[in-house]
Write a protein that binds this ligand. Structure first.
Ligand SMILES: [Zn+2]
Length: 348
Protein backbone atom coordinates (compact mmCIF):
# COMPACT_ATOMS: atom_id res chain seq x y z
CA UNK A 1 0.00 0.00 0.00
CA UNK A 2 2.76 2.39 0.96
CA UNK A 3 4.55 1.52 -2.26
CA UNK A 4 1.36 2.16 -4.21
CA UNK A 5 0.82 5.51 -2.49
CA UNK A 6 4.39 6.62 -3.10
CA UNK A 7 4.08 5.83 -6.79
CA UNK A 8 0.85 7.83 -6.93
CA UNK A 9 2.70 10.74 -5.30
CA UNK A 10 5.55 10.41 -7.82
CA UNK A 11 3.05 10.36 -10.67
CA UNK A 12 1.31 13.47 -9.34
CA UNK A 13 4.61 15.28 -8.90
CA UNK A 14 5.53 14.40 -12.48
CA UNK A 15 2.19 15.70 -13.71
CA UNK A 16 2.65 18.93 -11.78
CA UNK A 17 6.17 19.32 -13.18
CA UNK A 18 4.89 18.68 -16.72
CA UNK A 19 2.09 21.19 -16.29
CA UNK A 20 4.64 23.86 -15.43
CA UNK A 21 6.58 23.29 -18.63
CA UNK A 22 5.55 25.56 -21.45
CA UNK A 23 7.75 23.95 -24.08
CA UNK A 24 7.76 20.29 -25.13
CA UNK A 25 11.11 18.61 -25.75
CA UNK A 26 12.05 15.57 -27.86
CA UNK A 27 15.24 13.57 -27.52
CA UNK A 28 17.16 11.43 -30.02
CA UNK A 29 19.05 8.26 -29.23
CA UNK A 30 20.46 5.15 -30.91
CA UNK A 31 19.92 1.75 -29.28
CA UNK A 32 22.79 -0.52 -28.38
CA UNK A 33 22.74 -3.93 -30.15
CA UNK A 34 21.74 -5.49 -26.81
CA UNK A 35 19.23 -3.28 -25.02
CA UNK A 36 19.70 -2.90 -21.27
CA UNK A 37 16.15 -2.25 -20.11
CA UNK A 38 17.10 -0.76 -16.75
CA UNK A 39 19.57 1.78 -18.10
CA UNK A 40 17.24 2.73 -20.96
CA UNK A 41 14.38 3.25 -18.53
CA UNK A 42 16.60 5.33 -16.24
CA UNK A 43 17.65 7.46 -19.20
CA UNK A 44 14.06 7.98 -20.37
CA UNK A 45 13.00 8.90 -16.83
CA UNK A 46 15.86 11.37 -16.47
CA UNK A 47 14.94 13.03 -19.78
CA UNK A 48 11.29 13.13 -18.81
CA UNK A 49 12.17 14.97 -15.60
CA UNK A 50 13.67 17.65 -17.90
CA UNK A 51 10.52 18.08 -19.97
CA UNK A 52 11.05 15.47 -22.66
CA UNK A 53 7.68 14.26 -23.99
CA UNK A 54 8.84 11.99 -26.80
CA UNK A 55 11.85 10.04 -28.00
CA UNK A 56 13.19 9.47 -31.51
CA UNK A 57 15.04 6.18 -31.45
CA UNK A 58 17.29 4.52 -34.00
CA UNK A 59 16.62 0.81 -33.56
CA UNK A 60 18.70 -0.14 -36.63
CA UNK A 61 15.78 -2.12 -38.10
CA UNK A 62 15.91 -4.58 -35.16
CA UNK A 63 12.20 -5.18 -34.50
CA UNK A 64 12.75 -6.90 -31.18
CA UNK A 65 14.85 -4.02 -29.82
CA UNK A 66 12.38 -1.46 -31.15
CA UNK A 67 9.48 -3.27 -29.42
CA UNK A 68 11.40 -3.28 -26.12
CA UNK A 69 12.40 0.40 -26.31
CA UNK A 70 8.89 1.48 -27.39
CA UNK A 71 7.30 -0.44 -24.51
CA UNK A 72 9.64 1.19 -22.00
CA UNK A 73 8.96 4.63 -23.50
CA UNK A 74 5.22 4.10 -23.05
CA UNK A 75 5.67 2.80 -19.52
CA UNK A 76 7.59 5.97 -18.70
CA UNK A 77 4.93 8.07 -20.45
CA UNK A 78 6.83 9.11 -23.58
CA UNK A 79 5.77 9.19 -27.23
CA UNK A 80 7.84 6.85 -29.42
CA UNK A 81 9.17 7.73 -32.88
CA UNK A 82 10.85 4.80 -34.60
CA UNK A 83 13.72 6.47 -36.50
CA UNK A 84 14.75 5.00 -39.85
CA UNK A 85 17.68 5.49 -42.16
CA UNK A 86 15.97 5.73 -45.53
CA UNK A 87 18.16 6.51 -48.55
CA UNK A 88 21.66 6.18 -47.16
CA UNK A 89 22.00 2.45 -46.64
CA UNK A 90 24.92 0.21 -47.54
CA UNK A 91 24.86 -3.44 -48.61
CA UNK A 92 21.69 -3.52 -50.72
CA UNK A 93 21.19 -4.46 -54.37
CA UNK A 94 23.88 -2.55 -56.37
CA UNK A 95 21.20 -1.68 -58.95
CA UNK A 96 19.31 0.38 -56.34
CA UNK A 97 21.95 3.07 -55.91
CA UNK A 98 21.75 6.53 -57.49
CA UNK A 99 23.96 7.55 -60.44
CA UNK A 100 25.69 10.94 -60.48
CA UNK A 101 26.24 13.51 -63.25
CA UNK A 102 29.56 11.80 -64.11
CA UNK A 103 27.72 8.52 -64.70
CA UNK A 104 29.09 6.88 -61.54
CA UNK A 105 26.99 4.81 -59.16
CA UNK A 106 26.96 5.77 -55.49
CA UNK A 107 27.53 2.08 -54.85
CA UNK A 108 31.02 2.14 -56.38
CA UNK A 109 31.81 5.88 -56.26
CA UNK A 110 30.17 7.45 -53.19
CA UNK A 111 30.65 11.23 -52.87
CA UNK A 112 32.71 12.78 -50.04
CA UNK A 113 33.21 9.65 -47.90
CA UNK A 114 33.09 5.88 -48.40
CA UNK A 115 29.91 5.40 -46.39
CA UNK A 116 27.89 7.86 -48.48
CA UNK A 117 26.17 5.18 -50.54
CA UNK A 118 22.82 6.70 -51.47
CA UNK A 119 19.84 4.97 -53.02
CA UNK A 120 17.77 6.20 -55.96
CA UNK A 121 14.49 7.60 -54.57
CA UNK A 122 12.82 7.00 -57.96
CA UNK A 123 13.57 3.27 -57.92
CA UNK A 124 10.36 1.28 -57.30
CA UNK A 125 12.18 -1.55 -55.54
CA UNK A 126 13.82 0.94 -53.16
CA UNK A 127 10.40 2.45 -52.48
CA UNK A 128 8.74 -0.91 -51.84
CA UNK A 129 11.56 -2.13 -49.60
CA UNK A 130 11.40 1.04 -47.52
CA UNK A 131 7.61 0.87 -47.27
CA UNK A 132 7.73 -2.75 -46.11
CA UNK A 133 10.31 -1.92 -43.45
CA UNK A 134 8.35 1.12 -42.25
CA UNK A 135 5.13 -0.90 -41.95
CA UNK A 136 6.92 -3.68 -40.04
CA UNK A 137 8.06 -1.11 -37.45
CA UNK A 138 4.73 0.70 -37.37
CA UNK A 139 2.96 -2.57 -36.56
CA UNK A 140 4.79 -2.73 -33.23
CA UNK A 141 2.20 -1.92 -30.58
CA UNK A 142 4.01 0.88 -28.75
CA UNK A 143 5.42 2.65 -31.81
CA UNK A 144 3.53 5.93 -32.33
CA UNK A 145 5.37 7.41 -35.31
CA UNK A 146 7.66 6.23 -38.07
CA UNK A 147 10.41 8.80 -38.37
CA UNK A 148 12.07 9.11 -41.77
CA UNK A 149 15.64 10.37 -41.88
CA UNK A 150 18.13 10.57 -44.77
CA UNK A 151 15.03 10.85 -46.92
CA UNK A 152 16.75 13.06 -49.47
CA UNK A 153 19.38 13.26 -52.17
CA UNK A 154 23.06 13.57 -51.20
CA UNK A 155 24.23 17.08 -50.26
CA UNK A 156 24.86 18.60 -53.68
CA UNK A 157 26.05 21.62 -51.71
CA UNK A 158 27.43 21.04 -48.22
CA UNK A 159 26.60 23.40 -45.35
CA UNK A 160 29.11 26.28 -45.27
CA UNK A 161 30.57 25.05 -41.98
CA UNK A 162 31.69 21.77 -43.57
CA UNK A 163 33.55 23.12 -46.62
CA UNK A 164 36.92 23.24 -44.89
CA UNK A 165 36.57 19.74 -43.50
CA UNK A 166 36.26 18.37 -47.04
CA UNK A 167 38.60 20.93 -48.65
CA UNK A 168 35.86 22.17 -50.98
CA UNK A 169 34.50 25.54 -52.08
CA UNK A 170 30.89 24.82 -52.94
CA UNK A 171 29.66 27.92 -54.73
CA UNK A 172 27.92 25.69 -57.29
CA UNK A 173 26.43 22.19 -57.38
CA UNK A 174 29.06 19.50 -56.97
CA UNK A 175 28.91 17.04 -59.91
CA UNK A 176 30.06 13.90 -57.99
CA UNK A 177 27.14 14.42 -55.53
CA UNK A 178 24.60 15.50 -58.18
CA UNK A 179 22.15 12.62 -58.78
CA UNK A 180 19.84 11.08 -60.58
CA UNK A 181 21.44 10.39 -63.97
CA UNK A 182 20.66 6.69 -64.32
CA UNK A 183 19.22 5.68 -67.73
CA UNK A 184 15.72 5.26 -66.29
CA UNK A 185 15.53 8.72 -64.68
CA UNK A 186 17.09 10.43 -67.71
CA UNK A 187 14.49 8.72 -69.97
CA UNK A 188 11.63 9.48 -67.58
CA UNK A 189 12.61 13.16 -67.46
CA UNK A 190 12.89 13.33 -71.27
CA UNK A 191 9.46 11.79 -71.73
CA UNK A 192 7.90 14.31 -69.30
CA UNK A 193 9.66 17.46 -70.51
CA UNK A 194 11.30 16.73 -73.88
CA UNK A 195 14.67 17.72 -72.35
CA UNK A 196 17.70 15.43 -72.63
CA UNK A 197 19.46 16.39 -69.40
CA UNK A 198 22.70 14.70 -70.47
CA UNK A 199 22.98 17.33 -73.28
CA UNK A 200 22.39 20.34 -71.00
CA UNK A 201 25.63 22.25 -70.29
CA UNK A 202 24.75 23.22 -66.72
CA UNK A 203 21.99 20.96 -65.36
CA UNK A 204 21.91 22.92 -62.07
CA UNK A 205 20.29 25.82 -63.97
CA UNK A 206 17.50 23.63 -65.41
CA UNK A 207 14.39 24.40 -63.32
CA UNK A 208 12.46 21.39 -64.62
CA UNK A 209 15.30 19.05 -63.68
CA UNK A 210 15.46 20.49 -60.16
CA UNK A 211 11.71 20.07 -59.78
CA UNK A 212 11.86 16.52 -61.17
CA UNK A 213 14.18 15.53 -58.31
CA UNK A 214 12.20 17.38 -55.61
CA UNK A 215 9.17 15.45 -56.84
CA UNK A 216 10.90 12.07 -56.68
CA UNK A 217 11.64 12.56 -52.96
CA UNK A 218 8.18 13.97 -52.25
CA UNK A 219 6.53 11.03 -54.02
CA UNK A 220 8.60 8.57 -52.02
CA UNK A 221 7.73 10.21 -48.69
CA UNK A 222 4.05 10.41 -49.53
CA UNK A 223 3.96 6.80 -50.70
CA UNK A 224 5.52 5.52 -47.47
CA UNK A 225 3.32 7.79 -45.38
CA UNK A 226 0.09 6.77 -47.13
CA UNK A 227 0.86 3.07 -46.84
CA UNK A 228 1.96 3.17 -43.21
CA UNK A 229 -1.22 5.02 -42.26
CA UNK A 230 -3.38 2.64 -44.29
CA UNK A 231 -1.78 -0.51 -42.86
CA UNK A 232 -1.42 0.56 -39.23
CA UNK A 233 -3.05 3.94 -38.54
CA UNK A 234 0.27 5.19 -37.16
CA UNK A 235 1.72 8.66 -37.80
CA UNK A 236 4.76 9.85 -39.76
CA UNK A 237 7.52 12.27 -38.82
CA UNK A 238 10.59 13.26 -40.82
CA UNK A 239 14.02 14.78 -40.23
CA UNK A 240 14.73 17.49 -42.76
CA UNK A 241 17.25 20.17 -43.62
CA UNK A 242 16.37 23.71 -42.55
CA UNK A 243 14.20 25.75 -44.86
CA UNK A 244 12.62 24.51 -47.06
CA UNK A 245 14.62 26.99 -49.25
CA UNK A 246 17.97 25.68 -48.00
CA UNK A 247 16.73 22.07 -47.96
CA UNK A 248 15.78 22.31 -51.65
CA UNK A 249 19.13 23.81 -52.63
CA UNK A 250 21.24 21.38 -50.66
CA UNK A 251 19.45 18.03 -50.65
CA UNK A 252 16.36 18.52 -52.87
CA UNK A 253 13.83 18.24 -50.06
CA UNK A 254 10.73 20.24 -50.94
CA UNK A 255 9.36 19.17 -47.61
CA UNK A 256 6.56 21.71 -47.41
CA UNK A 257 4.80 19.39 -49.90
CA UNK A 258 5.21 16.28 -47.77
CA UNK A 259 2.19 14.61 -46.28
CA UNK A 260 3.62 13.99 -42.80
CA UNK A 261 2.38 14.72 -39.28
CA UNK A 262 5.50 16.21 -37.79
CA UNK A 263 8.78 17.68 -39.09
CA UNK A 264 12.10 17.85 -37.28
CA UNK A 265 14.19 20.41 -39.21
CA UNK A 266 17.85 20.16 -38.26
CA UNK A 267 18.36 23.80 -37.35
CA UNK A 268 22.04 23.29 -36.62
CA UNK A 269 23.29 26.89 -36.75
CA UNK A 270 26.96 25.87 -36.34
CA UNK A 271 26.79 23.97 -39.67
CA UNK A 272 25.83 27.20 -41.39
CA UNK A 273 28.19 29.45 -39.40
CA UNK A 274 25.14 31.27 -38.06
CA UNK A 275 24.54 32.60 -34.53
CA UNK A 276 21.89 31.11 -32.22
CA UNK A 277 19.56 33.99 -33.18
CA UNK A 278 19.26 32.37 -36.64
CA UNK A 279 16.99 29.72 -35.11
CA UNK A 280 14.15 32.22 -34.85
CA UNK A 281 14.50 33.34 -38.49
CA UNK A 282 14.73 29.86 -39.96
CA UNK A 283 12.00 28.40 -37.74
CA UNK A 284 9.65 31.18 -38.85
CA UNK A 285 10.16 30.20 -42.50
CA UNK A 286 9.60 26.54 -41.59
CA UNK A 287 6.41 27.06 -39.63
CA UNK A 288 4.93 29.39 -42.26
CA UNK A 289 5.77 27.01 -45.11
CA UNK A 290 3.60 24.23 -43.62
CA UNK A 291 1.00 26.29 -41.77
CA UNK A 292 -1.65 25.40 -44.36
CA UNK A 293 -1.20 21.71 -43.48
CA UNK A 294 -0.96 22.21 -39.72
CA UNK A 295 2.15 20.03 -39.65
CA UNK A 296 3.94 20.33 -36.32
CA UNK A 297 7.48 21.67 -36.45
CA UNK A 298 9.99 20.57 -33.82
CA UNK A 299 13.09 22.74 -34.01
CA UNK A 300 16.19 20.49 -34.01
CA UNK A 301 19.12 21.63 -31.85
CA UNK A 302 22.64 20.32 -32.33
CA UNK A 303 24.05 19.92 -28.87
CA UNK A 304 27.79 19.38 -28.92
CA UNK A 305 28.78 22.76 -30.40
CA UNK A 306 26.04 24.94 -28.88
CA UNK A 307 26.88 26.67 -25.61
CA UNK A 308 24.36 26.61 -22.74
CA UNK A 309 23.72 30.33 -23.23
CA UNK A 310 23.08 29.88 -26.96
CA UNK A 311 20.86 26.88 -26.25
CA UNK A 312 18.56 29.19 -24.31
CA UNK A 313 18.51 31.72 -27.19
CA UNK A 314 17.87 28.93 -29.73
CA UNK A 315 14.96 27.44 -27.78
CA UNK A 316 13.28 30.78 -27.09
CA UNK A 317 13.69 31.89 -30.71
CA UNK A 318 12.28 28.62 -32.07
CA UNK A 319 9.19 28.77 -29.88
CA UNK A 320 8.65 32.49 -30.54
CA UNK A 321 8.68 31.66 -34.27
CA UNK A 322 5.96 29.04 -33.84
CA UNK A 323 7.69 25.69 -33.33
CA UNK A 324 5.53 23.30 -31.30
CA UNK A 325 8.57 21.79 -29.59
CA UNK A 326 12.35 21.52 -29.71
CA UNK A 327 14.42 18.36 -30.14
CA UNK A 328 17.85 17.52 -28.80
CA UNK A 329 20.47 15.88 -30.99
CA UNK A 330 21.68 14.40 -28.82
CA UNK A 331 20.91 14.54 -25.08
CA UNK A 332 24.01 12.54 -24.23
CA UNK A 333 26.09 15.68 -24.97
CA UNK A 334 24.02 17.86 -22.65
CA UNK A 335 26.14 19.08 -19.74
CA UNK A 336 24.68 19.93 -16.32
CA UNK A 337 24.83 23.58 -17.42
CA UNK A 338 22.84 22.82 -20.62
CA UNK A 339 20.14 21.04 -18.60
CA UNK A 340 19.96 23.94 -16.16
CA UNK A 341 19.35 26.42 -18.98
CA UNK A 342 16.80 24.11 -20.64
CA UNK A 343 14.93 23.58 -17.36
CA UNK A 344 14.66 27.34 -16.83
CA UNK A 345 13.67 28.21 -20.42
CA UNK A 346 10.92 25.61 -20.79
CA UNK A 347 9.18 26.84 -17.65
CA UNK A 348 9.16 30.53 -18.64
ZN1 LIG B 1 17.11 8.20 -60.41
Amino acid sequence: MRKFLSSVVIAMCTLTAMAQNKIAVYAWETLKPVVNEDSLRAEFEMWKSHGVVGVCIDGSYNLKNIATAARIAHEVGLEYHSWMHCLKRPGLNPEWYAVNRLGQSAYTHPAYVERYKVLDPANREVRDDLTRKAIAQAKIKDVDYIQLDYIRYADVILPRGLWEKYGLVMDEEYAPADYCYCDRCVADFRSRTGIDITKVADPSKCKEWLQFRYDRVTELVNHVSRNVRKATGKKISADVFPGPTLAKQMVRQEWNKWDVDMLFPMNYNSYYLEPAQWLETITREEVESVSFRKTQVSSGLYIPPISPEDLGIAIEGSIKAGASSVSLFTPKYMTAEHWKVLDAVIKK
